[in-house]
Design a protein around this ligand. Structure first.
Ligand SMILES: Nc1ncnc2c1ncn2[C@@H]1O[C@H](COP(=O)(O)OP(=O)(O)O)[C@@H](O)[C@H]1O
Ligand SMILES: [Mg+2]
Length: 388
């Protein structure tokens, strides 16, 4: 399909109705676009705020046709929307990112091959497609982490394995599906970079994020990254841009990196959409990752975003709704939280709180990084989030 500019007034569609879709819809609407969402859940976070929700499965032919009929261009918010669905939509409407790029990001083996092709270092690894390959794995990859090639997220679909015996057991436990075994690396810190690329090849990046994960789930993002020097940050931003350009990517892409104990930068994985670690950009940058997604999809210009305030982002998991040992959910003390300066509360409209479920996030902005961190620690204390 042609890549004409779609001006405000047009309608943008998104595959998936989660919180990322919701924030995309907010950004689209604030620029004057209409928004339509396809998601099977009648009360999805994005469906609640869009002008239209098509309630259908991602591969439902009638649902895809209806979404295309309602929209002028379509993007995705959920990396496990089947690439096939995007392929079918692309026959009818402009779709960005393209199905082929999404397919790479959906498969850890393809993703690693892409990093290698771009000359971006990644963890030493082996692909395991069959039981026979378990015995041919180089000993240097152990101890390692076995990850399902597809559908893993928030630490799910992963097992840490110490030796060959544990590897075989873990592979069977994960269902005997195609997996990637990665060498366990000595991590000093974790970074990520949001990159947006336009159809005309323009590439811009958000400032580098430093991320803390707890039990495989992102807990805290700090920007500017307190422990990454300028050279390392420049290297991460350049690598993210290179990966996007090499895929001919159009849209917003997040590349996650490890910084090893010896200072080396290693790419971990990527997401073909805005990312939890980029949420701070709504409140701390003059262009958010969601506005970048809207602009890239619509073919609008992509000026370089600027961080106007140092920020700390805290994820709000469903655990906060449950006092110790209590199974009846309570409402967290939002009033006490909102008494703190520079606090931006984002709740996703999910009806039911569950432990480990992302219910919302909080961005604390301040005049300097020390102040943002200090208020973020106070916010964490008010809500019962562990200090960082
Ligand atoms: N090769 C590795 N060495 C050390 N730690 C790792 C490695 N791979 C993953 N981890 C840790 O596990 C977390 C989740 O892994 P990741 O591949 O990002 O999966 P997910 O899709 O669940 O985010 C990472 O953020 C990092 O903390
Ligand atoms: Mg990850």
């Amino acid at each position: 399909m042609s890549r004409d500019v779609l001006l405000p007034g047009a309608t943008l569609g998104v595959m998936g109705g989660g919180q990322l879709g919701r924030m995309f819809v907010h950004a689209a609407q604030s620029l004057g676009y209409g928004a339509a969402v396809l998601d099977p859940d009648a009360s999805s976070p994005a469906g609640q705020v869009a002008q239209h929700q098509v309630r259908a499965g991602y591969l439902d032919a009638a649902g895809l046709a209806e979404l295309a009929a309602r929209c002028d261009a379509i993007t995705t918010e959920f990396e496990n929307v089947p690439a096939e669905a995007l392929r079918r939509l692309a026959v009818l409407r402009p779709v960005a990112p393209a199905a082929d790029a999404v397919a790479i990001c959906q498969d850890r083996a393809a993703e690693k091959a892409q990093f290698v092709r771009c000359g971006v270092p990644c963890a030493p690894h082996a692909v395991i497609d069959s039981a026979g390959q378990l015995t041919t794995v180089p000993a240097s990859l152990l101890p390692g982490i076995l990850k399902t090639a597809r559908m893993g997220y928030d630490g799910k679909g992963q097992r840490r394995v110490a030796d060959a015996q544990a590897l075989a057991a873990a592979w069977h436990e994960l269902g005997g599906v195609p997996c990637v075994l990665e060498q366990m690396l000595p991590l000093a810190l974790e970074l990520s970079v949001i990159v947006a690329r336009g159809a005309d090849g323009t590439v811009v990046t958000l400032p580098v994020q430093q991320n803390l994960h707890r039990e495989g789930i992102l807990a805290v993002t700090e920007v500017p990254a307190p422990q990454a020097d300028a050279a390392l940050q420049a290297q991460a931003r350049a690598a993210a841009g290179d990966v996007a350009a090499a895929m001919g990517y159009v849209g917003v892409l997040c590349v996650e990196f490890f910084v090893l104990a010896d200072g080396r930068l290693v790419a971990n994985e990527m997401a073909p959409r805005p990312h939890n670690s980029g949420h701070y950009s709504i409140d701390a940058c003059d262009l958010s990752q969601f506005e970048l997604q809207v602009r890239a999809l619509a073919g609008l210009p992509l000026p370089q975003p600027r961080l106007h305030s140092p920020a700390v982002m805290l994820n709000l998991l469903g655990d906060l709704w449950f006092a110790d040992g209590d199974e009846t959910p309570r409402t967290p003390p939002w009033d006490r939280l909102l008494a703190l300066p520079g606090v931006h509360l984002h709740l996703y409209g999910k009806a039911e709180a569950r432990r480990g479920r992302k219910m919302g996030h909080l961005t604390i902005t301040a005049a300097d990084a020390a102040q943002a961190r200090s208020v973020a620690l106070q916010a964490a204390a008010v809500l019962g989030i562990a200090p960082f």
